[in-house]
Write a protein that binds this ligand. Sequence first.
Ligand code: BGC
Length: 438
Amino acid sequence: MRDSSFSKAFLWGAAAASAQIEGGWKDGGRTPSIWDMATKKQVKHGETCHTACDHFHRWKEDVALMKEMGLKSYRFSISWSRVIPEEGKVNPEGLKFYSDLVDELIANGIEPLVTIFHWDLPMWVYKKGGWLSESIVPLFREYTKVVVEALSDRVKWWMTINEPGCFIMNGYMQGAHAPFKHDYLALSKLTRNCMLAHAASVKAIRQYAKQPVKVGIAFSTGAWIPENETPAEIEKARRLSMEEGSGLIGNRWWMDPMLAGKPVRAYGIYASHEKDMAEIAQPLDFIGLNIYTSYNYADWGSNQRPAPGTPRNALGWVIDERCMYWNVRFVYERYKLPIMITENGLAAHDMVSLDGKVHDPKRADFIKRYLGQLKRAANEGIPLLGYQHWSVMDNFEWAEGYDPRFGLVYVDFTTGKRIIKDSAWDYKHIIETNGAEL
Ligand code: BGC
């Protein structure tokens, strides 16, 4: 194999989340999460996540597909209400599901990467106040403990929370995600509870882990891309990405307190106070970055509009692979921790062709574009731990339902049938050559 700037241990994988793939919403002792309760009006076409990809029943087949695609890692999340269906009650059947999944992954040479919370808050926690109440902190700690005690003899990689900015902004402020609230005034409280829960979870992982573990968190992130690569333009892009331009759901609001112990105040609102910093800034082993698009064209903080006809994905997000490099670089320069790309992928309206296959050349091209930029970061010596493509399979895209397809595997949501898409074979080649040809 030719030399590659990606390390030999680089984790080439794919990701998914419990609510988006599992289904089996009432099976095996599980109780509903806030996403199960979304109404017909809140999700496109009135679709639900009750069955999703039926991964809860088809997990063995899914792991076999992962192996066929050559994945070296799989990032998945735990459904809190499957494991703790009501307050104070641990569900052994729920834990067994994840334990069996972990065994199957390992037996197939796939490293499990676990996210503890990827948005599917149990209804019982929601009824106690959810993220609006500080009571979530001990509940989240207890939940973490239960999961870590069950899986950490085999699972080394842990992420506490997926995209705090996204679920708080979408779920509690813009009313676009469960629990569909419009409560901008609660931002400070939500942020604090979330950060304290993250910290409690990090501590619980370290306390109960049965082997040395790697602990991180996955941020929704983005960066401004410099117009050209002069020092002045780069500095401007850095400032906009990491300081004033990154907005409420941007980088600094979450990262400065959690990664650097620096309190943040923006728009007259406190994200975090000095007095909480010692607790919130728990040492982490890595930063997870979910990277899709650049901040230049985002709706927040920018007046730039993309030129007519600029490439976009099926959700309207601008495709500009340079954000991969600049995002990784700016975050590394500021926080100096190894980075894992915990999500990156393309939403498309893929379909099965007459030949029975799923041809998705755009996704294959997208992967090469974005990975090429990641390789630039690797070439410059930025420590990169892995790349988890979003997503391993088509799934429930939250309030957008099932139309936007992100998977390497196509899922027929009526029959449950899976088809490996063309792009997955290209990705497999990239994995086998450790990115040498990118
Ligand atoms: C989330 C995923 C989601 C993906 C595409 C990320 O924000 O973590 O759950 O499906 O983006 O929208």
